[in-house]
Write a protein that binds this ligand. Structure first.
Ligand SMILES: C[S@@+](CC[C@H](N)C(=O)[O-])C[C@H]1O[C@@H](n2cnc3c(N)ncnc32)[C@H](O)[C@@H]1O
Length: 311
């Protein structure tokens, strides 16, 4: 089975309200979530500052954001560096409209497009690409037996042949068990960005390889499965990402990889007594506690991968 969200994003999606992304959760100031962070800021500011450790973000002009949702991240980026000339590429006409509203008055270009159909030659002009919380929306091959994916097996289905091709070309390891899921769309997207030769590529998404740090392990039931897991959302399913596979693709193109949980660049006020008691009670005693607990869990479930071109 090939899980696809294309029809949903093109024709059915009318809000991101059902899938609160980390970016959208940090959008509003004065919330309980903002209070548990070392800095009271929105997602784009945290990310921009983090990326400054990898390239001179103040000198970047040509930036591509794929799947920009409501456009909040790019609004923050433009506040930090008003000389950016962003292109927002999105499959969803509804979300592109929201991005137009959010980014009104700024010099921004919009492209309605499925990134998997984007011609790589149109990407060469960009210095930086941003993909936040969308790789899981890209096609995933689900419940596939391992035999057809193995070297020497000639399968007639082109999608299975494509997945087998990735596994062979990049030496990807498959998880234990008879059946597995393969993030075929995410692999293709990262391969395409690497082929284009961009200087810096950022991706962030729900990971199937994440685990909490030792100090927080008793608070969360989070274990790496190494097999992309289904996440059922309103009107569609998406899959968590096996980031080590994406790293392998990027390394083969000479990219240096830096990877970690979102908590690396959205640091918590770990000594805060209120936060400690919310985590100890797993957020059971209030609505705000539950929201904060889930947000902190997300900061460890979501991983980022930054690819920096070295050749
Ligand atoms: C879960 S939202 C994340 C939005 C935003 N980046 C954030 O973090 O809040 C996924 C975004 O990816 C877009 N998207 C999904 N599949 C896509 C595709 N194949 N090509 C381009 N954009 C896509 C969606 O329309 C949406 O804007």
């Amino acid at each position: 089975v090939l899980n696809s969200t294309k029809d949903f994003h093109q024709h059915k999606l009318n809000t991101l309200g059902w899938e609160l992304t980390v970016c959208n959760a940090l959008h509003q100031d004065g919330t309980g979530i903002r209070k548990i962070l070392k800095k009271d800021a929105s997602f784009g500011y945290f990310l921009f500052d983090h990326l400054c450790g990898f390239c001179d973000m103040d000198r970047v002009r040509n930036i591509l954001e794929i799947g920009g949702g409501y456009g909040y991240l790019m609004r923050d980026f433009l506040d930090r560096n008003p000389s950016l000339e962003p292109v927002m590429l999105d499959i969803s006409p509804v979300l592109l409209e929201k991005q137009r509203e959010t980014l009104k008055g700024r010099r921004v270009f919009f492209r309605e497009e499925d990134f998997l159909e984007t011609d790589v030659s149109t990407l060469r002009h960009f210095d930086v690409a941003i993909m936040n919380e969308n790789l899981g929306d890209f096609p995933t091959l689900v419940d596939i037996g391992k035999e057809p994916l193995q070297v020497g097996f000639d399968h007639s289905d082109p999608t299975i042949r494509k997945a087998a091709g990735f596994i062979k070309k990049y030496g990807l390891e498959l998880p234990e068990g008879d059946l597995c899921n393969v993030n075929i769309g995410a692999l293709e997207a990262v391969e395409k960005l690497c082929v284009s030769g961009m200087d810096l590529i950022y991706t962030g998404e729900h990971s199937c390889e994440a685990s909490p740090p030792p100090a927080l392990r008793s608070h969360f039931d989070m274990k790496p499965s190494y097999n992309p897991e289904r996440i059922s959302l309103m009107g569609h399913d998406e899959y968590s990402i096996r980031f080590s596979h994406l790293e392998q693709v990027a390394r083969s193109f000479g990219y240096e990889c830096t990877r970690g949980p979102f908590a690396d660049f959205i640091p918590l006020r770990e000594t805060d007594e209120g936060l400690r008691s919310i985590l100890a009670s797993r957020g059971r005693y209030s609505d705000e506690g539950e929201m904060v607990y889930q947000f902190v869990e997300d900061l460890y479930k979501y991983e980022y991968l930054i690819l920096k071109r070295t050749i």
